[in-house]
Design a protein around this ligand. Structure first.
Ligand SMILES: Cc1cc2nc3c(=O)[nH]c(=O)nc-3n(C[C@H](O)[C@H](O)[C@H](O)COP(=O)(O)O)c2cc1C
Length: 191
Protein backbone atom coordinates (compact mmCIF):
# COMPACT_ATOMS: atom_id res chain seq x y z
CA UNK A 1 0.00 0.00 0.00
CA UNK A 2 2.92 2.30 0.73
CA UNK A 3 4.58 1.45 -2.59
CA UNK A 4 4.58 4.32 -5.06
CA UNK A 5 1.86 4.00 -7.69
CA UNK A 6 3.59 4.31 -11.05
CA UNK A 7 2.43 3.81 -14.64
CA UNK A 8 5.46 1.59 -15.27
CA UNK A 9 7.84 -0.18 -12.91
CA UNK A 10 10.65 1.89 -11.42
CA UNK A 11 13.59 0.79 -9.26
CA UNK A 12 12.26 -0.93 -6.15
CA UNK A 13 14.28 1.29 -3.82
CA UNK A 14 12.66 4.36 -5.37
CA UNK A 15 9.20 2.80 -5.32
CA UNK A 16 9.39 1.67 -1.71
CA UNK A 17 11.38 4.52 -0.18
CA UNK A 18 9.50 6.71 2.23
CA UNK A 19 10.34 9.05 5.08
CA UNK A 20 9.21 7.34 8.29
CA UNK A 21 9.24 8.96 11.73
CA UNK A 22 8.84 5.78 13.77
CA UNK A 23 12.37 4.58 14.43
CA UNK A 24 13.92 1.93 16.66
CA UNK A 25 15.58 3.86 19.49
CA UNK A 26 17.99 1.01 20.21
CA UNK A 27 19.22 0.33 16.66
CA UNK A 28 22.73 1.38 15.69
CA UNK A 29 24.13 1.86 12.20
CA UNK A 30 27.13 -0.45 11.66
CA UNK A 31 30.34 1.28 10.59
CA UNK A 32 30.42 -0.41 7.17
CA UNK A 33 26.89 0.76 6.35
CA UNK A 34 27.70 4.30 7.46
CA UNK A 35 30.82 4.28 5.30
CA UNK A 36 28.83 3.02 2.29
CA UNK A 37 26.23 5.73 2.80
CA UNK A 38 28.91 8.41 2.87
CA UNK A 39 30.62 6.90 -0.19
CA UNK A 40 27.30 7.00 -2.07
CA UNK A 41 27.04 10.72 -1.34
CA UNK A 42 30.69 11.31 -2.19
CA UNK A 43 30.26 9.87 -5.68
CA UNK A 44 27.40 12.15 -6.66
CA UNK A 45 27.86 14.32 -9.73
CA UNK A 46 28.30 18.07 -9.27
CA UNK A 47 28.86 21.14 -11.41
CA UNK A 48 32.52 21.23 -12.50
CA UNK A 49 33.03 18.34 -10.08
CA UNK A 50 33.07 21.01 -7.37
CA UNK A 51 31.76 18.62 -4.65
CA UNK A 52 30.54 21.42 -2.35
CA UNK A 53 28.94 19.03 0.15
CA UNK A 54 30.32 18.58 3.68
CA UNK A 55 28.94 16.24 6.34
CA UNK A 56 28.85 16.32 10.14
CA UNK A 57 27.96 12.84 11.37
CA UNK A 58 26.64 12.05 14.83
CA UNK A 59 25.71 8.66 16.23
CA UNK A 60 23.10 8.44 19.00
CA UNK A 61 24.78 9.11 22.33
CA UNK A 62 27.75 11.08 21.03
CA UNK A 63 28.32 14.82 21.20
CA UNK A 64 27.75 15.54 17.49
CA UNK A 65 24.39 13.74 17.57
CA UNK A 66 23.29 15.78 20.58
CA UNK A 67 24.45 19.02 18.98
CA UNK A 68 22.53 18.31 15.75
CA UNK A 69 19.42 17.11 17.64
CA UNK A 70 19.43 20.31 19.70
CA UNK A 71 19.23 22.39 16.49
CA UNK A 72 16.10 20.62 15.20
CA UNK A 73 12.64 22.15 15.38
CA UNK A 74 10.77 20.72 18.35
CA UNK A 75 8.41 18.69 16.11
CA UNK A 76 11.44 17.02 14.55
CA UNK A 77 13.18 16.49 17.90
CA UNK A 78 10.03 14.62 18.97
CA UNK A 79 10.77 11.73 16.61
CA UNK A 80 14.36 12.20 15.39
CA UNK A 81 15.86 11.50 18.82
CA UNK A 82 15.35 7.81 17.95
CA UNK A 83 17.62 8.05 14.89
CA UNK A 84 20.70 5.88 14.84
CA UNK A 85 22.62 8.63 13.06
CA UNK A 86 22.02 12.29 12.30
CA UNK A 87 23.92 13.97 9.46
CA UNK A 88 24.14 17.72 9.07
CA UNK A 89 24.73 18.52 5.40
CA UNK A 90 26.48 21.83 4.81
CA UNK A 91 27.56 23.35 1.52
CA UNK A 92 30.54 25.41 0.36
CA UNK A 93 28.79 28.47 -1.01
CA UNK A 94 31.82 30.15 -2.61
CA UNK A 95 34.05 28.97 -5.46
CA UNK A 96 37.84 28.78 -5.16
CA UNK A 97 38.09 32.11 -7.05
CA UNK A 98 35.89 33.81 -4.45
CA UNK A 99 32.77 34.12 -6.62
CA UNK A 100 29.44 32.75 -5.34
CA UNK A 101 28.72 29.12 -6.23
CA UNK A 102 25.08 29.52 -7.18
CA UNK A 103 24.62 25.79 -7.69
CA UNK A 104 25.78 24.54 -4.31
CA UNK A 105 22.30 23.72 -3.04
CA UNK A 106 21.54 21.70 -6.18
CA UNK A 107 24.78 19.74 -5.79
CA UNK A 108 24.15 19.09 -2.08
CA UNK A 109 20.67 17.78 -2.95
CA UNK A 110 22.15 15.34 -5.44
CA UNK A 111 24.61 14.03 -2.85
CA UNK A 112 21.79 13.58 -0.33
CA UNK A 113 19.65 11.83 -2.93
CA UNK A 114 22.40 9.26 -3.47
CA UNK A 115 22.93 8.94 0.28
CA UNK A 116 19.22 8.29 0.82
CA UNK A 117 19.16 5.69 -1.96
CA UNK A 118 22.05 3.76 -0.36
CA UNK A 119 20.42 3.99 3.09
CA UNK A 120 17.21 2.37 1.84
CA UNK A 121 19.07 -0.13 -0.34
CA UNK A 122 20.76 -1.34 2.87
CA UNK A 123 17.46 -1.80 4.68
CA UNK A 124 17.56 1.33 6.81
CA UNK A 125 15.42 4.44 6.41
CA UNK A 126 16.36 8.07 5.87
CA UNK A 127 14.31 11.17 6.62
CA UNK A 128 15.47 14.54 5.37
CA UNK A 129 14.76 17.70 7.36
CA UNK A 130 15.00 21.40 6.74
CA UNK A 131 13.10 22.02 9.97
CA UNK A 132 16.16 23.03 11.96
CA UNK A 133 17.86 26.20 13.15
CA UNK A 134 20.89 26.66 10.88
CA UNK A 135 22.55 29.22 13.17
CA UNK A 136 22.13 26.96 16.18
CA UNK A 137 23.56 23.99 14.26
CA UNK A 138 26.53 26.09 13.10
CA UNK A 139 27.18 27.32 16.63
CA UNK A 140 26.76 23.92 18.30
CA UNK A 141 29.05 22.18 15.82
CA UNK A 142 31.52 24.97 15.21
CA UNK A 143 30.67 25.04 11.48
CA UNK A 144 33.01 27.47 9.74
CA UNK A 145 31.55 30.49 7.95
CA UNK A 146 32.56 29.18 4.50
CA UNK A 147 29.82 26.54 4.93
CA UNK A 148 26.04 26.99 4.85
CA UNK A 149 23.98 24.38 6.75
CA UNK A 150 21.51 22.91 4.24
CA UNK A 151 19.65 19.97 5.78
CA UNK A 152 19.72 17.33 8.49
CA UNK A 153 19.31 13.68 7.52
CA UNK A 154 17.96 11.18 10.03
CA UNK A 155 19.09 7.62 9.41
CA UNK A 156 17.68 4.71 11.36
CA UNK A 157 15.80 1.45 11.50
CA UNK A 158 12.06 1.62 10.99
CA UNK A 159 9.91 0.56 13.94
CA UNK A 160 6.15 -0.19 14.17
CA UNK A 161 4.08 2.96 13.58
CA UNK A 162 2.16 2.44 16.81
CA UNK A 163 4.85 4.01 18.96
CA UNK A 164 3.80 7.36 17.46
CA UNK A 165 0.67 9.19 18.50
CA UNK A 166 -1.90 11.65 17.20
CA UNK A 167 -1.19 13.58 14.00
CA UNK A 168 2.28 12.06 13.69
CA UNK A 169 0.81 8.55 13.67
CA UNK A 170 -1.78 9.58 11.08
CA UNK A 171 0.93 10.94 8.80
CA UNK A 172 2.98 7.78 9.30
CA UNK A 173 0.26 5.48 8.02
CA UNK A 174 -1.23 7.78 5.36
CA UNK A 175 -0.80 6.68 1.74
CA UNK A 176 2.02 8.42 -0.09
CA UNK A 177 0.78 10.89 -2.66
CA UNK A 178 2.26 12.72 -5.62
CA UNK A 179 1.08 15.09 -8.33
CA UNK A 180 0.14 13.41 -11.59
CA UNK A 181 2.81 13.20 -14.30
CA UNK A 182 0.52 15.31 -16.51
CA UNK A 183 0.76 18.11 -13.95
CA UNK A 184 4.55 18.13 -13.70
CA UNK A 185 5.57 17.33 -17.27
CA UNK A 186 4.69 20.61 -18.97
CA UNK A 187 5.67 19.41 -22.44
CA UNK A 188 6.63 16.02 -23.85
CA UNK A 189 4.77 13.50 -21.67
CA UNK A 190 4.63 10.26 -23.70
CA UNK A 191 1.05 9.20 -24.47
C1 LIG B 1 14.26 19.10 1.71
C2 LIG B 1 13.30 18.34 2.61
C3 LIG B 1 12.99 18.84 3.86
C4 LIG B 1 12.14 18.13 4.71
N1 LIG B 1 11.93 18.60 6.00
C5 LIG B 1 11.22 17.83 6.85
C6 LIG B 1 11.13 18.22 8.23
O1 LIG B 1 11.71 19.21 8.70
N2 LIG B 1 10.40 17.41 9.06
C7 LIG B 1 9.77 16.28 8.63
O2 LIG B 1 9.16 15.59 9.44
N3 LIG B 1 9.85 15.89 7.31
C8 LIG B 1 10.56 16.63 6.43
N4 LIG B 1 10.70 16.22 5.12
C9 LIG B 1 10.04 14.99 4.66
C10 LIG B 1 8.92 15.29 3.64
O3 LIG B 1 7.79 15.75 4.33
C11 LIG B 1 8.64 14.01 2.83
O4 LIG B 1 9.77 13.68 2.07
C12 LIG B 1 7.45 14.20 1.90
O5 LIG B 1 6.27 14.39 2.63
C13 LIG B 1 7.25 13.01 0.97
O6 LIG B 1 7.10 11.83 1.71
P1 LIG B 1 8.02 10.56 1.43
O7 LIG B 1 9.46 11.01 1.54
O8 LIG B 1 7.65 9.57 2.51
O9 LIG B 1 7.70 10.08 0.05
C14 LIG B 1 11.55 16.91 4.27
C15 LIG B 1 11.89 16.41 3.00
C16 LIG B 1 12.76 17.10 2.19
C17 LIG B 1 13.14 16.51 0.85
Amino acid sequence: MMKAQTEVEIHEVLANRRSPRSLDSTAVLPKEDLLAILEAARWAPSANNGQPWRFFVGNRGDAVFTQILDSLASFNQGWAHRSSTLVLVAGVHTRADGTPNKGFLYDCGLAVSQMVFEVHHRGYVAHQMTGFDASKAAENLGVESSLTPVAVISIGTQAPSEQLQGAMLEREIAPRERKELSEIVIKGLPN
